[in-house]
Design a binder for this molecule. Structure first.
Ligand code: NAD
Ligand code: HSO
Ligand code: ZN
Length: 427
């Protein structure tokens, strides 16, 4: 089911073609419709893609109460532990504003302020993602964002999964709309009769969601291209093939566009993992999705050695990278491009998806070359503060004028010159 190739035959699908040209066109048109027709367009797309006609996008309050009756005590305990871990990890990312005193009484600063109004996308098309509620909302709260607007798609009865509702309630998010896909992103970016526009949209989703976020960037901020999940495992012959296959499948089951790649110098391991995938996938409830993902986007690449595996991994720039090799720590510094690095046999990827505290909203589609995991800084903006003194201006004014004149910007030069002249320092 999964192709096994030698390293010199391996190409990435995204290197061969623009994988998402059709979907890009679709979302651009959807965004246009929502801009023109507001709620009416959102309602029509929800009818078409989620199969429900919603008059009110808000989640009825009784649904939160009922949700607590539908989740297990262990789920609630796990959720609360995960909240603690995620909060602690993200609190470690906070840093204060800075004020730097310079010569002659000059004070320069970097002020850090939370964003005012942020939209959070929680995916929910083919699976429910309570964990994504935590991963988006907690860093926003740690940053001090006051207005958090959460959107998530409804099921065919118009309901949101109990796990998601409980997670929302545990974190105290109040503004929640049952809408998803590109229509939800457009509504958050441009506003509708019901939904007030936000300053930034964060959160993972399928390819329609990721491309819609890309398309509205500029009107609002976005954190990254957190689209279809992917995983890359680097393993040597010390790795357990059952673990490798299970971890690859853990991401393949997200969606048919999920990419799962194993790089190994061991032909024996390659064949054992391929056999394990066939064996394990057969038992999965989401077998059809995982099989399609493995068939379309999966690969086992037999490399010359581990160094070549590292070089290919840096080219792939995966969302998740697992190091299942002897002396795994020694390879960490060589992994330049990966959203999250999981080190050793017990750092299985779902540990990061749910629980340890790091953020699972990660850059996909190779964008780990330049993007980072969602973090507290995504919810903050920085402002420069300049308090220049008279003494400093009198001392440096001539130099500033000279720079302005080299740029041919005489009005800039004048703004400084006028002050120097008033103080009797002009030429
Ligand atoms: N990168 C990350 O950090 C990360 C984290 C969690 C989940 N994910 C990804 O999120 C995704 C979740 O996907 P999902 O589909 O279950 O939920 P989703 O909420 O992302 O998407 C569902 C929505 O897609 C829209 N849609 C479906 N088919 C469409 C079509 N043909 N045309 C236009 N719009 C359409 C619908 O409006 C629907 O509400 C997976 O790909 C998963 O890998 C990524
Ligand atoms: N693996 C996903 C990020 O790509 C996050 C997730 C949530 N639930 C399960 N997995
Ligand atoms: Zn996952």
């Amino acid at each position: 089911m999964i192709r096994i190739v030698q390293s010199d035959e391996f190409t990435l699908k995204r290197e061969e073609q623009d994988l998402h040209a059709k979907e890009r066109e679709i979302v651009i048109d959807m965004i246009k419709q929502v801009r023109q027709h507001g709620d009416e367009a959102v309602r029509a797309f929800t009818r078409r893609f989620d199969g429900i006609d919603l008059h009110d996008f808000r989640v009825p309050f009784e649904q939160y109460e009922a949700a607590y009756q539908q989740v297990s005590p262990l789920f609630l305990e796990a959720l609360r532990d995960a909240i603690r871990n995620i909060r602690k990890y993200h609190e470690g990312q906070l840093r204060p504003s800075t004020l730097t005193p310079m010569a002659d009484g000059v004070l320069l600063g970097q002020l850090i302020r939370p964003l005012k109004r942020v939209g959070v996308y929680v995916p929910g098309g083919t699976a429910a993602y309570p964990s994504s509620v935590l991963m988006n909302v907690i860093p926003a709260q740690v940053a001090g964002v006051k207005e958090i607007v959460l959107v998530t798609p409804p099921d065919r009865e118009g309901n949101i999964s109990p796990g998601v509702l409980v997670a929302i309630h545990e974190l105290g998010v109040k503004e929640v709309y049952r809408i998803g896909g590109a229509q939800a992103i457009a509504a958050l970016a441009y506003g509708t009769e019901t939904i007030r526009a936000v300053d930034k949209i964060v959160g993972p989703g399928n390819i329609y969601v990721a491309l819609a976020k890309q398309a509205v960037f500029g009107k609002v901020g976005i954190e990254s291209m957190a689209g279809p999940s992917d995983i890359l495992v680097i393993a040597d012959d010390s790795a357990d093939p059952e673990y490798v296959a299970a971890d690859l499948l853990s991401q393949a089951e997200h969606g048919e566009l999920s990419q799962a790649i194993l790089l190994t110098p061991s032909r024996t391991l390659a064949e054992q993992v391929a056999a394990q995938i066939v064996h394990q996938v057969a038992k999965l409830p989401r077998r059809a999705i995982a099989e399609a993902a493995i068939r379309n986007m999966g690969a086992i690449v037999v490399t010359k050695d581990l160094q070549e595996a590292v070089a290919i991994a840096n080219r792939v720039a995966p969302e998740h990278l697992e190091l299942l090799v002897r002396d795994a720590e020694e390879y960490i510094s060589q992994i330049e491009n990966a959203g999250a690095i999981f080190v050793g046999a017990y750092s299985s990827e779902p540990v990061g998806d749910y629980f340890c505290g790091t953020n699972h909203v990660l850059p996909t589609e190779g964008t780990a070359r330049f993007s980072s995991p969602l973090n507290v800084d995504d919810f903050l903006k920085k402002q420069s503060l300049i308090r220049y003194s008279k003494e400093a201006l009198m001392k440096n004014g001539r130099k500033i004028i000279e720079m302005a004149q080299v740029e041919g910007l005489e009005a800039h030069a004048n703004a400084i010159r006028i002050r120097l002249e008033k103080e009797g320092k002009g030429e």
